[in-house]
Design a binder for this molecule. Structure first.
Ligand SMILES: NC(=O)c1ccc[n+]([C@@H]2O[C@H](COP(=O)([O-])OP(=O)(O)OC[C@H]3O[C@@H](n4cnc5c(N)ncnc54)[C@H](O)[C@@H]3O)[C@@H](O)[C@H]2O)c1
Length: 420
């Protein structure tokens, strides 16, 4: 059965703070014939409609019921993704979903089952997969530079003070109840960075501890502050991976840090290691002629946009302040394969370190070719489920849990090449 579509007719569901970065890209993509926008709050859809010159779809249900729509892009609040994706797949639509996949493992299972049965496209907009450090570690791992993976760390540091606006935007007076979502219910930015470097590798065991003393007792706590009975502002999990390596993933919402916010700090193999600190990226490999020493390389030039690199090599102190203030956030870096992107995207606004263009393009290419997006449901399940389980581990004071794995994609379903 093939579910390829020649031309994508897409309804974008949710006209909040984030989707506005994507409407122009979907509109400009050569595979897209038509874009609608839709929001429960009509004025938001109207504002998008005026700003981007697109028609309004009256409701999510209307989009699902319309023969003219063959795909939907879900940009609603994070707890809504799972159930909405399930409905969309049942209605026969291709689906792009903002992160996370779902906050309930049963929803992830249901999405996997539906995608397997229908062969529709499901692509989650995971920026972590396309960020420079993930691309770099993936490429060097494939070349064998690291040897056997031993240990890695990735982080998503986003203090709640800089997330408030986002939760307020649709949460109304109750926004704190949503803002208190367990940090590990949103683990995919960081898990994807380490795991995507090693195709086919997944978490087998997870154990986590949480930080329950955030001063934001209005948001994190177990006295009804939030919908999840969640006391943790920060949670760190240790994963034992299927290749025997260990990964530490930390999700921090109470942290004296701003940017970069999503990064791999360490990625070590028995033969080589990558490290990142604030602005500088380094690669070490054992010296062939002297097995007790390493060759150290600064690989920052590949992993920072040109405008950031030139600042770092000038006044470093000023440069790291500029990075903390957002320099480079909208630009790609040399290691990202931007030449494969549609000509129409050239010069268009980007975001999250040059990743938005890849997210839109890979969803559209998946719909058009019938191949799996690199951020397909099998891959995404391996990034999302460990976090959902590890939150439970933290709630139990650090119990070691066997992680549920939904397996590899079907053998007869090719995955798009993210490089070409
Ligand atoms: N780096 C990233 O990948 C990244 C960054 C920011 C946001 N996000 C994700 O994007 C999503 C949206 O974030 P946001 O800040 O725009 O949220 P938001 O609250 O500003 O917007 C969500 C919108 O969805 C609308 N909505 C909810 N249910 C609907 C329905 N049934 N039909 C139509 N509209 C509906 C709401 O009215 C609201 O306008 C979140 O899930 C977030 O996790 C991801």
């Amino acid at each position: 059965m093939t579910t390829q579509v020649e031309r994508i007719r897409l309804a974008i569901i949710g006209c909040g703070r984030f989707a506005r970065f994507f409407v122009p890209l979907f509109k400009a993509h050569p595979a897209v014939e038509k874009v609608w926008v839709c929001d429960l709050i009509r004025e938001r859809a109207e504002e998008y409609s005026r700003q981007f010159g697109v028609d309004i779809m009256d409701s999510f249900e209307a989009a699902l019921g319309s023969d003219r729509v063959n795909a939907v892009a879900i940009f609603t609040q994070r707890f809504k993704h799972g159930p909405m994706v399930i409905e969309a797949l049942k209605a026969g639509k291709h689906v792009y979903s903002a992160v996370p996949c779902a906050i309930d493992i049963d929803d992830i299972r249901a999405i996997e089952k539906l995608v397997r049965e229908t062969r529709l496209t499901y692509s989650m907009g995971e920026t972590g997969f396309y960020r420079g450090p993930a691309v770099f570690c993936r490429e060097e791992y494939a070349k064998g530079t690291f040897g056997r993976f031993t240990y890695g760390e990735a982080h998503y540091n986003h203090d709640i003070r800089n997330m408030e606006e986002s939760f307020r935007s649709s949460g109304g007076e109750d926004w704190r109840k949503y803002a208190g979502i367990p940090p590990l219910y949103y683990p995919t930015h960081s898990t994807s960075m380490v795991l995507s470097a090693m195709p086919g590798v997944y978490a087998k065991k997870a154990v986590a501890l949480g930080y329950a003393r955030s001063p934001r007792t209005d948001i994190f706590g177990r006295d009804g502050q939030n919908l999840y009975d969640n006391p943790f502002a920060n949670t760190a999990m240790l994963l034992e991976l299927s290749n025997g390596g260990i990964a530490r993933i930390s999700e921090n919402r109470c942290v004296g840090w701003k940017a970069p916010e999503t990064y791999i700090s360490q990625f070590y193999g028995d033969n080589g290691g990558y490290e990142f600190s604030v602005a500088r990226h380094s690669l070490a490999t054992w010296r062939p002629d002297d097995p007790h020493k390493v060759v150290m390389k600064d690989v920052t030039r590949l992993l920072q946009p040109e405008e950031v690199y030139s600042r770092i090599t000038g006044d470093y102190e000023a440069a790291i302040q500029e990075i903390a203030d957002g320099a480079g956030f909208y630009s790609a870096c040399p290691i990202q394969p931007v030449d494969r992107l549609p000509e129409a995207f050239r010069g268009m606004a980007n975001g999250h370190n040059g990743t938005h263009h890849f997210l839109v393009d890979d969803f559209c290419r998946a719909c058009q070719t019938g191949k799996l997006s690199p951020t397909n449901i099998w891959q995404v399940a391996r990034w999302n489920i460990p976090g959902l389980m590890a939150h439970q581990s933290a709630m139990e004071g650090g119990r070691v849990l066997d992680v549920i794995d939904l397996g590899d994609p079907p053998a007869d379903w090719d995955v798009l090449d993210w490089k070409k």
